[in-house]
Design a binder for this molecule. Structure first.
Ligand SMILES: *[C@@H]1O[C@H](CO)[C@@H](O)[C@H](O)[C@H]1NC(C)=O
Ligand SMILES: *[C@@H]1O[C@H](CO)[C@@H](O)[C@H](O)[C@H]1NC(C)=O
Length: 252
């Protein structure tokens, strides 16, 4: 299993010309299911929240868009969401939080992968001097078309619920994408000094609200992460290192 993280680190750009044909998404028995069947469609439009300013951001379409019909998650039923945030995608019942069974869709394709998670992106990310700068590359510049490899690869998977900011964990592919985010962060930490395991920074992503909206105080290492039904609560400090605190794994 130790070679998996290495392939994770390079997997964003490695398959950028056709992520739908990568081992993760080629639809064979070992994949996470295939792309959605092709249906003609436009790419998603991200709508900034009211009162923020900024213009809607038109993203490129993938080469799927329809139901996933191949591989282990073929015809999987998704129950939660969508909550919203994409133009023209209405929320499900009860604002997207109600029971809403429907079939998994994906819209994988090269355009967003190449634009937001190419080899230059990774090199640029790993070269950032501090966590504030790192996050402006990984998460992007708020309310601009620079949505970073985090957002970019969410939309490069796209579909439903993959394209929904709030319920994208309902697509199993969410978990390998976030594994990849964890992997680049851990490797960036290992490339720098010990402050990378303790500094939370002071930039737009260092506050207790997303991009400091509404304005909030800076996050602290002692802040509790409430895991809800998914597990026991922890603190930021305990999950700053993959081999310190409560965690015990590393990437090669
Ligand atoms: C998925 O649904 C399609 C269309 O209804 C069907 O042709 C296909 O056999 C289904 N595949 C699986 C694995 O259930
Ligand atoms: C590669 O990614 C960077 C962002 O990290 C972007 O500025 C650049 O345009 C991308 N290259 C291509 C060919 O899209």
């Amino acid at each position: 299993m130790s070679i998996l993280p290495v392939s994770l680190l390079i997997s964003w750009p490695k398959y950028q010309n056709a992520p739908q044909n990568s081992p993760l998404f080629n639809g064979d028995a070992w994949s996470l299911g295939g792309n959605g069947d092709y249906v003609p469609h436009e790419g998603p439009v991200i709508v900034p929240p009211p009162g923020i300013g900024g213009v809607p951001i038109q993203l490129a379409a993938g080469v799927g868009g329809g139901y996933v019909t191949t591989g282990p998650f073929a015809n999987m039923t998704v129950n939660l969401g969508p909550v919203g945030g994409l133009e023209g995608v209405p929320a499900g019942p009860q604002g997207g939080l109600g029971y809403n069974p429907r079939r998994l869709k994906r819209d994988l394709g090269p355009a967003l992968n190449k634009r937001y998670a190419n080899y230059t992106t990774i090199l640029n990310l790993l070269s950032q001097p501090n966590v504030d700068a790192f996050r402006l590359v990984s998460e992007g510049v708020p309310y601009t078309p620079e949505i970073g490899p985090h957002g970019g690869m969410h939309y490069a998977i796209g579909g439903d619920p993959g394209g929904d900011l709030f319920t994208s964990p309902g697509d199993p592919a969410f978990w390998v994408h976030h594994g990849q985010m964890d992997s680049v962060w851990a490797i960036w930490q290992a490339l720098g000094g010990s402050s990378r395991y303790t500094s939370l920074g002071t930039g737009p992503y260092a506050h207790r609200t997303w991009t400091n909206d509404p304005p909030a105080s800076l996050a602290q290492l002692s802040d509790v992460i409430d895991m809800g039904y998914a597990g026991e609560s922890t603190t930021i400090e305990k999950v700053m290192s993959t081999v310190g605190g409560e965690l015990c794994y590393f990437y090669l």
